[in-house]
Design a protein around this ligand. Structure first.
Ligand SMILES: [Mg+2]
Length: 407
C-alpha cells in the first residue's frame, strides 16, 4: 500500500513573531497582538513570553492586561501579516504542488506524489523547516505523519520551533497516551460522557466497541472510532478545487426565538445540500456562523472523517454547533450562516459506513420535485416553522412577507 507522507507546518505565534521582527527591541518580551489594553476585543496572538503569564489568544484584552501588565500591546496590521503569509506559501509551494493553505500561517503538504524528488521525506520536511525559518526570520513548528489529523497532532508535539514525525504504523503508539480532548472529534460534551466512563486517554477509547460509541454519540461516535485509530483519508485541498459552499441569511431585525433560528438553519442546510448534490460534492467540514446584535461574529466548525452530503446529517451537526454558539452568547442574532468546506468529489467509502442508497435516492427525488414545482413545494417540518414569517414562492424560495432578506 502506498503510504502518504503529509507535512503540517505552522508558524509559531505568527502575528507576535512578525511584530518582533519589525521591532527587534521587543525580542524576548511578552507581546500581545489584537489591541490596546483598555480596548474591547480579544488577543489574536501572543508571544511565548506572554503565554508564561497565562495570556492566551482569544482572551479579552483587559484580562491579558491584568495577567501581564508589563506586556507590549499592539493593534497589529493585517496587510503586513498577509504579505508575510504570501512569502511563507511561496517557499512551501517550491516543495510540492500539493499544498493546502489552511490559514494565514498554517499549511498541509502532501509529498507522496513527489517521491522521486526526495530520497528521504524526513530530510525534505526538515529542510523545508530550515528554509522557511531562514527566509522569513521567524520559527515554525513542523509535524509529519501519514495523514492530516496525525500531522497536525504531531505539530502540537513539536511546538515551539520543533520537528516531530509519526512514522507510518506508529499511529497507535503515538495516540495511546494523548488526552481525549486532543482529538478534534471529541467536543466538551463527549468529553464529559467519556470521562464518566473513565476514558481519559485516546488509548482508553480502543476498549469501547464501535456500536457502543455509535449508541453514545451517533455519527460523532463513528468519527471518534476512526480518529482514535489515526484514520483520516481527507486529501490535501489545493486552491484550484472548490473551497467551500455556504449559505447565510441576514435578518431585518435581530432574532431571538430559538425555534425560528433553527428553522432558518434548516432552510440554509437544505439549500446548501442542494448545491452539494448539484456539484456531486461531499463535505469534510461543517461550519456555522453567527453574528450577534453587538456585531461580533463567531464561527464553530466540526471536522468529519466521513464526508457528508445528506441534509439530515449536515443539519444535525449544524444544529449542535449552533446551540453551542447560541447558548454561550445569550444575545440576539443578526445573521446565521452554514458552510460546507474541505469538499471532495467521491462518495464516502463503504469501509467507513454502509452507504445509504435510500438517502441518496431521496435527495434526487427531492430535487426532481422541486425542479418542477419550486423549492417551497417540499419542506421539512422545521422549515415549515417559517410559514408565519415568510411566503414560499415557487422557484424563489422564502420571501419575507414584508421584504426580501435571504441571500
Ligand atoms: Mg500558528
Amino acid at each position: 500500500m502506498n503510504r502518504r507522507y503529509v507535512v503540517h507546518v505552522d508558524i509559531d505565534a505568527f502575528f507576535a513573531s512578525v511584530e518582533v521582527l519589525l521591532d527587534p527591541s521587543l525580542k524576548g518580551k511578552p507581546v500581545i497582538v489584537g489591541g490596546l489594553p483598555h480596548e474591547r476585543g480579544v488577543a489574536s496572538t501572543c508571544s511565548y513570553e506572554a503565554r508564561k503569564y497565562g495570556v492566551r489568544s482569544g482572551m479579552p484584552l483587559r484580562k491579558c492586561f491584568q495577567l501581564c501588565p508589563r506586556g507590549t500591546f499592539v493593534r497589529g496590521n493585517y496587510r503586513v501579516y498577509e504579505a508575510f503569509s504570501e512569502k511563507f506559501f511561496r517557499v512551501l509551494h517550491s516543495y510540492t504542488p500539493d499544498v493546502e493553505e489552511a490559514s494565514l500561517d498554517e499549511a498541509y503538504l502532501d509529498l507522496t506524489r513527489c517521491r522521486p524528488l526526495y530520497p528521504s521525506f524526513t530530510a525534505a520536511a526538515r529542510d523545508m523547516k530550515c528554509r522557511v525559518e531562514k527566509e522569513m526570520g521567524i520559527t515554525v513548528s513542523v509535524g509529519a505523519a501519514p495523514n492530516k489529523i496525525m500531522a497536525k497532532l504531531a505539530t502540537r508535539m513539536a511546538k515551539p520551533a520543533g520537528f516531530f514525525e509519526v512514522p507510518a504504523g506508529g499511529e497507535e503508539n503515538f495516540l495511546r497516551g494523548l488526552d481525549i480532548s486532543d482529538l478534534p472529534g471529541i467536543g466538551p460534551k463527549a468529553q464529559v460522557v467519556l470521562r464518566m466512563l473513565n476514558v481519559q486517554r485516546i488509548g482508553d477509547l480502543w476498549g469501547l466497541p464501535r456500536p457502543t460509541l455509535r449508541s453514545l454519540f451517533g455519527m460523532g461516535g463513528e468519527e471518534i472510532y476512526l480518529q482514535s485509530r489515526g484514520i483520516d483519508a481527507r486529501p490535501i485541498v489545493t486552491r484550484s478545487k472548490p473551497k467551500s459552499v455556504s449559505r447565510e441569511t441576514t435578518f431585518l431585525q435581530d432574532l431571538w426565538d430559538e425555534r425560528l433560528l433553527l428553522a432558518h438553519l434548516a432552510y440554509l442546510c437544505d439549500r446548501l445540500t442542494l448545491a452539494l448534490r448539484e456539484d456531486h460534492l461531499y463535505a469534510h467540514v461543517i461550519e456555522v456562523k453567527a453574528r450577534y446584535s453587538d456585531f461580533r461574529t463567531e464561527i464553530k466548525r466540526r471536522l468529519v472523517v466521513m464526508p457528508l452530503q445528506e441534509m439530515g446529517k449536515i443539519y444535525k451537526i449544524a444544529e449542535e454547533l449552533f446551540r453551542e454558539l447560541f447558548a454561550s452568547s445569550r444575545l440576539a442574532l443578526r445573521l446565521v450562516g452554514v458552510k460546507a468546506a474541505e469538499l471532495v468529489k467521491s462518495r464516502p467509502l463503504a469501509l467507513f459506513e454502509p452507504y445509504s442508497e435510500r438517502q441518496e435516492r431521496l435527495g434526487q427525488a427531492l430535487d426532481r420535485v422541486r425542479g418542477k414545482y419550486g423549492f417551497g413545494s417540499i419542506l421539512t417540518v422545521r422549515e415549515r416553522m417559517l410559514d408565519s414569517v415568510y411566503d414560499f414562492e415557487p422557484r424563489r424560495g422564502f420571501i419575507l412577507k414584508t421584504a426580501s432578506l435571504t441571500k
